[in-house]
Write a protein that binds this ligand. Structure first.
Ligand SMILES: [Zn+2]
Length: 593
């Protein structure tokens, strides 16, 4: 037996899934997905085959020819779920498992009509990263296993399904009121990139290879916000090589989606909080798009190498932004990332193992230690390598890296061996071992400066001493610059300061969530009553973890706001995603009194 992924029962000595075929129905009444999963093993096999499951009800297992396969579910592990061990008869090339999901499946969120923009139809979406595909599909749920997939998805006739796959003709209706949609994913992907959403969806083309999907009420706004995506794809191709996934479509989800975006191939999932109305938050799209190379083509072998996905992608995202909007704009983005990183390191403690890049997460739930560290510390390490060897050589390396490892899943050690071969001696020179294996931030962390940034931070840090921006400065700032300014203000201000800021910048009324939430975090943490209504409104609506953590954190500072937080959470918890609830509960556990 050889298990190399601490978060999966996948055994490298057993056959691997090469192709997956799903035949499933989405049952909104019972909040279950019901059907079969057929796993093609790429050739005849026999003996044990271990699959991951979480809260699945397995009703049958058989070979492709219909011969029953003996199976047993192991004991429940709180992180991994239950191992499904099949005992394959001789020459088994396919297994077909009949099953259904549980209503509490962590990878699925079911929304009632009132939780959608249109309020008329229910909605369901999946979020499988890091280890939740097993709550919808019995599978080898490790990024080490890549498979193509086919899906036949039966849904209520009035709704539309999208997947991280190409739609196929055919399907149709077999029972009244229902229809079946077909999907084909011809490129081999890890299980965490399988994705499904079902709801009342409309679409708009924004380029010949890019389309925006959303509820009818939001689709026009979404198409406008993301109209520039083709330019981003072209820019990314120039930097990282050909776009290999044919289409780049995007789905804007209802507001309870716990992340900013999820890079499901061919169908990026996005939070509606990006719809700022001024195209100022499209860096999240640059990020998800960049995953088409770093993450989806070259994938972390396990969650212990998650920084390979995210560190390279944040670096790539900022290279795209720099190419499109210039060095100063990229510097602002590095500054915002730096603040998030400092907060994460402070939260864990500078000597915490969760501030290490190459982690050891055996026995640890990756959702419990999710943070900016793999993203921001990872991207700083990549940025340091780039600075050390020079941009031209580093860009050649990146292209060689993607070409060498595309459609594979690799470890930090494999990356570094290839790096040493391509650019000998550089890793030792920058202290790569310290970067990868030690907590906190090394002394040679690169700094991205610009004159504008300098002015902003000096001004903000001088607040207590009486420094105030002039009307001309306020007018000239981009939304991201304003965000940096707010981030550098003291976390707690007196009432007059709060009133001045809101008066000068009209912050409480903002529709740009990065600015709004930064402001509400300061104001709520300052016990500033005029924003309480807006805080409630945001928390009742939005489930993005990035916003819940600081807002609920700030509400913990004062007795009155703690009471407010508890009252809001009691009302809104049922509408949050499981992952969002876990974040809020971990924050509220630390409240005093
Ligand atoms: Zn990412």
């Amino acid at each position: 037996m050889s298990r190399l992924d601490p978060h999966s029962y996948f055994d490298t000595d057993q056959p691997r899934t090469h192709r997956l075929a799903l035949e499933i129905a989405v049952d909104f009444q019972r909040q279950r997905v019901v059907g079969t999963a057929r796993l093609d093993l790429g050739g005849p096999s026999s003996g044990p085959l271990d699959l991951d499951t979480k809260a699945l009800v397995i009703t049958a297992a058989a070979t492709g020819a219909g011969q029953p396969i003996p199976y047993a579910l192991g004991a429940e592990d709180p992180i991994l779920g239950r191992r499904l061990r099949l005992d394959l008869p001789a020459r088994t090339a396919q297994v077909v498992i009949t099953y259904e999901t549980a209503p509490e499946a962590v990878g699925l969120q079911w929304l009632a009509p009132e939780q959608t923009a249109g309020k008329r139809h229910p909605f369901m979406f999946t979020q499988f990263q890091p280890i939740h595909a097993r709550s919808m599909i019995p599978c080898q749920d490790s990024p080490m296993v890549r498979a193509t997939y086919h899906a036949a998805v039966t849904i209520p006739e009035a709704l539309t399904a999208v997947m991280s796959a190409g739609p196929q003709e055919g399907g149709g209706s077999t029972e009244p009121g229902m229809r079946t949609m077909l999907f084909e994913m011809p490129q081999a992907i890890p299980s965490y990139l399988i994705a499904l959403a079902v709801g009342d969806l409309a679409s708009r083309d924004v380029s010949p290879r890019a389309r925006v999907w959303a509820e009818p009420a939001t689709v026009e706004a979404a198409a406008w916000e993301f109209a520039g995506v083709e330019e981003m794809i072209v820019t990314a191709e120039r930097l990282f090589g050909r776009y290999e996934w044919d289409r780049y479509d995007m789905l804007v989800l209802p507001p309870s989606f716990p992340y900013g975006g999820m890079e499901n191939p061919r169908m990026t999932f996005l939070t509606p909080t990006l719809l700022a109305g001024d195209r100022s938050l499209v860096d999240v799209v640059a990020h998800e798009l960049a995953h088409s190379w770093t993450g989806n083509l070259v994938t972390n072998a396990t969650m212990d190498h998650f920084w390979l996905n995210e560190g390279f992608t944040v670096w790539a995202e900022r290279r795209i932004l720099e190419a499109l909007h210039g060095e100063a704009a990229a510097a602002v983005s590095w500054a915002i990332g730096g603040t998030a990183l400092r907060e994460a390191i402070e939260r864990f403690g500078a000597d915490s193992p969760y501030t290490v890049l190459r982690t050891q997460l055996e026995g640890v739930d990756p959702d419990d230690v999710y943070s900016s560290v793999p993203y921001e510390k990872g991207s700083l390490f990549v940025g340091l390598l780039e600075r050390t060897v020079g941009r031209e050589r580093f860009d050649r390396f990146i292209r060689a890296y993607i070409e060498r490892f595309h459609f594979t899943s690799i470890t930090t050690e494999e990356l570094m061996a290839f790096f040493e071969q391509q650019l000998p001696g550089v890793a030792a020179k920058v202290g790569a071992d310290e970067w990868l294996h030690r907590p906190g931030l090394p002394g040679n962390t690169p700094v991205f400066r610009s004159e504008a940034l300098e002015t902003l931070t000096v001004l903000a840090e001088g607040w207590t001493g009486g420094a105030r921006p002039t009307a001309a400065q306020l007018k000239a700032w981009s939304p991201s610059e304003l965000q940096v300014y707010l981030q550098h203000l003291p976390r707690e201000l007196d009432e007059a300061s709060c009133r001045w800021l809101d008066g000068a910048l009209n912050l409480t009324a903002r529709g740009n969530y990065e600015i709004l939430v930064e402001w509400l975090t300061i104001a709520a943490g300052s016990d500033y009553e005029p924003v309480f209504g807006r805080v409630r409104e945001v928390l009742m609506k939005v489930g993005r973890m990035k916003y819940l953590r600081p807002l609920f954190g700030a509400l913990g500072r004062h007795p009155r706001t703690r009471a407010l937080a508890r009252e809001i959470y009691a009302a809104t918890a049922p509408s949050y995603h499981t992952l969002s609830r876990r974040v809020v509960e971990s924050v509220m556990e630390k409240y005093d009194g």
